[in-house]
Write a protein that binds this ligand. Structure first.
Ligand SMILES: Nc1ncnc2c1ncn2[C@@H]1O[C@H](COP(=O)(O)OP(=O)(O)OP(=O)(O)O)[C@@H](O)[C@H]1O
Ligand SMILES: [Mg+2]
Length: 254
């Protein structure tokens, strides 16, 4: 089976403005298979967000290629990029960032639908379905982002990301800003969505919390100072880390 995402030699060098340049991501290569949930762990500053920002085209790579669903998107921009975002959606650490504070959640969730030829009425119907899929009642469509809790807003952000049925969902610390019980609920929601969507939904899950990654991911990549130092199933990585850094990372949290 072909991967939904293939990253080859992905590299980001930030210019040091006169001082030394900084290599934030150093020739990373990996694949994400269809229906798979792939975790990325690594200490703060190891390059996790820089990687996903390159994949989601928020940041230009210095070197390397990104193939999404057999298409090279490394340099995608403009109209091409709009096509990319039909296949790939992001959920961020602070869900409020996904929504315009002046718009109701329902309008934010339905935006991509209306941009894709849904009538206002059909978009509203789909928004309510999406809210329900994500565990929120219809009334949330009419609330503003500041009128909901962090967990509810994250549910709405997931509904928004799922609106146009992406093949790849990128979650960058999507549960990190939430308290432990809400974290668990969001993870249960993501798990339910995975069950329902099967091979049609793949997830790239960036997370500080190794225990969450262990529960949720099929495979894990470990990054250290921008380099991919180890990969395997969560059990392989946690029970039998091959790399000394991975061992330290696990010992520090478990
Ligand atoms: N725009 C930028 N210019 C210069 N350096 C940057 C820039 N963005 C990130 N960096 C540096 O790149 C490194 C990797 O940052 P990144 O945000 O990818 O780490 P991370 O693994 O996501 O960390 P965290 O777990 O804290 O979210 C850091 O040292 C950071 O300071
Ligand atoms: Mg980060």
């Amino acid at each position: 089976m072909d991967p939904i995402l293939k990253v080859d030699n992905l590299t980001k060098v930030f210019s040091g403005n006169g001082k030394d340049d900084f290599v934030a991501v150093d020739h990373a290569s990996f694949e994400l298979m269809r229906g798979e949930c792939l975790g990325i762990i690594g200490e703060s500053g190891s390059g996790k967000t820089t990687i996903v920002n390159m994949i989601s085209r928020l940041l230009d790579p210095t070197e390397g290629t990104i193939i999404l669903d057999n298409e090279d998107i490394t340099k995608a921009s403009g109209r091409e990029l709009r096509k990319v975002y039909k296949k790939m959606q992001m959920v961020f650490q602070t869900p409020q960032e996904s929504f315009d504070p002046r718009c109701r959640l329902g309008d934010g969730i339905g935006e991509s639908l209306r941009n894709n030829d849904f009538s206002k009425r059909d978009a509203r119907k789909r928004v309510i379905e999406l809210l329900s899929e994500c565990g929120l009642s219809e009334e949330f469509a009419d609330r503003y982002p500041h009128q909901v809790s962090g967990g509810q807003c994250q549910r709405a952000a997931i509904a928004r990301a799922l609106a146009i049925k992406p093949s790849l969902l990128i979650c960058d610390e999507a549960t990190s800003a939430l308290d432990v019980t809400i974290q668990k609920e969001i993870l249960e929601l993501l798990n339910k969505l995975r069950m329902e969507h099967g091979e049609e939904l793949s997830i790239l899950f960036i997370c500080h919390d190794i225990a969450l990654v262990q529960q949720f991911c099929d495979r894990v990549l470990v990054f250290y100072k921008g380099r991919l130092v180890e990969q395997g199933t969560p059990d392989e990585i946690i029970r039998n880390p091959k790399d000394a850094y991975t061992r330290r990372l696990i010992d520090s949290v478990l």
